[in-house]
Design a protein around this ligand. Sequence first.
Ligand code: TZP
Ligand code: MG
Length: 210
Amino acid sequence: MAINPLFPYPLYLVISEQDCYPQSWLHVAEEAIIGGVDVIQLREKNETPTGFLKKAKKLKQITDRYGIPLIINDAVDIAIEIEAWGVHVGQNDRQPIEIREKYGKRLQIGWSLEDRTQLNSKQMAAVDHLGVSPIFPTKTKTDTITTWGINGLGELRNLTEKPLIAIGGMNRDNSASAWLSGANSIAVVSAICQSKNPRERSFQLKELLT
Ligand code: TZP
Ligand code: MG
């Protein structure tokens, strides 16, 4: 797909300390940015609020240094506190409308689309971009509902104009087809976090998205 001005970030890294282990997650983040990652989401599922805030501050220093946007998963208050670019929420998290009402345009709001009916939800009015989740089955997240596949992604492309982010099992073999089927961004965890050379891997993935 062409670059979408509403989400001009073709390569999207979703990061946590655990998913990068045994590599240093901050090192992975920096290497990935140098390699071509355009946006990073911090997604920490096993952190205390204090621990999450500390990590968010550290990562924000890096994303600010390189001038790329940072998205915080779930923790809206932390996103506001560190002046993140955006927040990403799932179907069971804080609702987009509530976030928009409270914080206006201070945060870009990403929402996980797990079922086609959610496209008709009133929440869509407050959503800036959608995570199409998951495209393929993945060990990184197993509590999923719809596995969209490339065809499902292509169908969604015809049903909404909002930027679509393909996530779940994305790698060097399937990212180009997701891109050509209408994704505006390809989001990965393990393809970069578990790579021995996150910089090179990011570069390789980015090359596919033009
Ligand atoms: N949301 C849907 S799938 C997923 C998330 C956070 C995990 C993607 O991880 P991987 O390792 O890129 O398949
Ligand atoms: Mg969530």
